[in-house]
Structures are given as structure tokens and as C-alpha cells.
Design a protein around this ligand. Structure first.
Ligand code: ZN
Length: 203
């Protein structure tokens, strides 16, 4: 399976990193080896001094598809979760400067946190989901899927032009403002509404 990640999908986060507003979604992949195993802490890798948390709403693909029209995109997923796209920001900045791919900064082992899955039936509208990330019990990021530049169904349409979506693939839908560094002993906890979907210790 693959993790398909969207960058720059919330205007407030684009402004915070002083990125240009994209005309198309920014897309990158993470391999399955980047998934942080259940109940494991996140170990800060030795190649970075600035690991950032990016909390993101996730959707899990349940049906094979290619060139999916946004009108039918809702048939391709049943479950929603919350996760973290850990990013070695120092490494990413130097790669971006040189125009090089981001994988070393985004796709390393442990860089993808996937929370507990919940049925999309629990939401009256997937384009209006409140979520937040707490670091040591203080809110550091919060967002709502209605603030996405490209909504979930549009993202499915867009990414399926390039990649065949397979059962079990996960889409990371982008992060709102408030990204920041983590350090040893931090605890990151993610919530959709008031449901806690993950809790990660940094080591
Ligand atoms: Zn991200």
C-alpha cells in the first residue's frame, strides 16, 4: 500500500511557510515503511534537528480506482482518521532550495502516524470535520476540513489521475497552520471533534 500526501491544502499553512499558493495540489508519496507502528514512540532521527508535526485528516481507500470522477469519489472510502506527516523541516528546506525531491525529509521510517479509523457515517458532512493536535495537552494545531483548498472528493479525483488507488491506500489531506518542532518527551495527541485517535510519545 501507499500513502499519498497533499501539501499546501490550507491557506493559513501556506502563509506560515511563505509558500506560493499552488494552482494544483502538491502531491508526494510515503512508502509503507514510513508508518509508525502501533504503540511505538517516534524516535527523532539523527539527520534532523528540526522535526515538525503536521496533523492531517486521513482517508482510507476501499476500492481500486483510476480516473475517479469527484461525483463518485465518496464510493471509494468509508473510513476517516487523523495522522501526522512528520517532516524534517531543516532537510526539507535545503532540498527545496536545491529543487530536489522531499522524500528524505518526509518518507523516512516512522514519519507517518495513522490514528484509529472511524466510519465516515459518523459525520453528517466530511467537509466539515473539526480536528486538532495537542502537544503536552496544549492545542498547537486546529482546523476544519471546510477550510481545505481541495476537498476530499476533489483530492481523490486529482490523485487518481496519476496513481491507481488500491484498497488500503491512505490519503493525507494536508495540514493547517501551527506546525512546529517536537522534542524528546513531548506527547502528541490527535482529536477529531472530541474523539482521541492517537497519542504519540517523542523519544
Ligand atoms: Zn503534510
Amino acid at each position: 500500500m501507499k500513502l499519498i500526501c497533499i501539501g499546501r491544502n490550507y491557506t493559513d499553512h501556506i502563509e506560515e511557510l511563505e509558500n506560493e499558493k499552488p494552482t494544483d495540489p502538491v502531491v508526494f508519496l510515503k512508502p509503507d515503511t514510513s508508518i509508525l507502528l502501533k504503540k511505538q514512540p517516534f524516535f527523532i532521527p539523527d539527520f534532523s534537528n528540526d522535526i515538525h508535526h503536521e496533523v492531517e485528516v486521513l482517508i482510507k481507500i476501499k476500492k481500486v480506482g483510476k480516473y475517479i470522477d469527484r461525483k463518485f469519489a465518496h464510493k471509494y472510502y468509508d473510513e476517516v482518521s487523523l495522522g501526522i506527516d512528520f517532516t524534517a523541516r531543516d532537510l526539507q528546506s535545503s532540498l527545496k532550495k536545491k529543487g530536489l525531491p522531499w522524500e528524505k525529509a518526509k518518507a523516512f521510517d516512522g514519519a507517518a502516524v495513522i490514528g484509529k479509523w472511524i466510519s465516515k457515517e459518523e459525520f453528517s458532512d466530511v467537509d466539515n470535520i473539526d480536528f486538532r493536535l495537542e502537544k503536552n495537552k496544549e492545542i498547537v494545531q486546529q482546523g476544519n476540513t471546510k477550510l481545505m483548498l481541495w476537498k476530499i472528493n476533489e483530492l481523490i479525483e486529482y490523485v487518481s489521475k496519476y496513481f491507481t488507488l488500491k484498497i488500503g491506500d491512505v490519503i493525507f489531506t494536508g495540514t493547517p497552520a501551527g506546525v512546529g518542532s517536537v522534542k524528546t518527551d513531548d506527547i502528541l495527541t490527535g482529536y477529531i471533534s472530541d474523539k482521541q485517535l492517537f497519542s504519540i510519545k517523542i523519544k
